[in-house]
Design a binder for this molecule. Sequence first.
Ligand SMILES: Cc1cc2nc3c(=O)[nH]c(=O)nc-3n(C[C@H](O)[C@H](O)[C@H](O)COP(=O)(O)OP(=O)(O)OC[C@H]3O[C@@H](n4cnc5c(N)ncnc54)[C@H](O)[C@@H]3O)c2cc1C
Length: 415
Amino acid sequence: MPKEDSFFDISIIGGGAAGFFCAINIKKNNPDLNVVILEKTDKLLSKVKVSGGGRCNVTHNCLKNDLLLQNYPRGIDALKSIFEQFSVADTILWFENEGVTLKTEPDGRMFPNSNSSQTIIDCFLRLCSKFNIKIIQKCNVRSIKSNDSQIQIISDDLVIYSNKVVISTGGYSNPESYQWLKSLGILIENPVPSLFTFNDKNLVYKHLAGVSVQNACIKIHNTDFEYSGPVLFTHWGLSGPAIIKLSAWAAQYLAAQNYVFTIEINFLNSISYEKTKDELLIFQNKNNKKNIIANPLFEIPKRLWEMFCTQSMIAPERSWAECGKKNREQLARLLTKNTFEIKGKTTFKEEFVTCGGVLFDQLNPENLALKSNEKIFFAGEVLHTDGITGGFNFQAAWSTAWVVAKEIAKIINNY
Ligand SMILES: Cc1cc2nc3c(=O)[nH]c(=O)nc-3n(C[C@H](O)[C@H](O)[C@H](O)COP(=O)(O)OP(=O)(O)OC[C@H]3O[C@@H](n4cnc5c(N)ncnc54)[C@H](O)[C@@H]3O)c2cc1C
């Protein structure tokens, strides 16, 4: 039998990025409140610790909300009003005020100056201690019950009572993890993983692991899903920013295909097959004596060009004078319409997010309270929103947690 324990004004379920940020901001707005964080494991902020390769990509230097929103495959309508209340600029200022200066990398990702995720953890733990936020670890919340005045929170060992509860339990691609929320009548979009790399069934290019093309265009056959950017060959298939971002946009479709699908890559991005054929002929006419394999065109990396030439039956000693129409056509096809059969996926540097979770329709869009029970709030990845890589997922965690915190402090102030 769980032990009947204490009362807290606010209980936060989940000791991750959103849970801590919410707890701290509640106390900043209203230091008199009694706040507890309930964490199921014996670790706190474990994803923050490993995030960004141990550096924590805190946010993205994208100061215009309309541009920021373009990095969220799901949840864009809901995030609009959330980001209006707490933006990237607010995030940067918030951390700066707490002594954590962020720096921007050339691609826009922002990290703590220290290059260490521990800086963020230390900052949060210091503030928890300063504001006297109680943290209970190994507290796996199994259910909550609500009556007119209070919420009863039931874990394996404890029963806690609160006026308000924030559910910030993160994302899980296993639907079972949402069962306790479903049993409360909360509507959940079926969870599937997002942000992954593609396993190439045939592995024809396996020996090119490490080779990348800076601006390719990848399309998923028989769909409108396409993405342009860097592509990287790996031992298991294809990776790189364009592949990982495409996996996010197509996460639900790819799950429905059981990760068996075909992609077409144009390694020249927007240059068509026809135009490429023409350009190869023009080049051939002007450079008759040049060796083909030794002189890559279109800034294609040397090893990839050699592979394409070999696949086009162009022998190493051949000059352009010896290149036939069929060779040119095959080369143009491999450059612009190269197909890969994908079977399966692989996690990218252990980073992943969940597509799916608590549906926004049932929440007040301004403060993320459950419309049917305004004592229950949601923040972070438990919500049905997810971003591509680059700091966008933490930004959603900070912003959703902040609006919840502001609302809770306001309501309680009115008691
Ligand atoms: C390896 C990796 C690297 C990443 N790097 C980045 C990055 O650099 N930048 C970025 O923007 N995003 C990154 N992400 C995504 C980002 O970490 C998440 O989007 C973010 O942590 C979500 O925060 P959260 O608080 O909602 O959930 P979480 O951080 O997952 O925290 C949820 C917490 O709730 C606890 N919990 C769950 N159920 C219960 C329960 N029933 N009772 C009590 N506690 C419970 C969990 O144990 C967990 O501690 C990364 C993800 C991974 C996996």
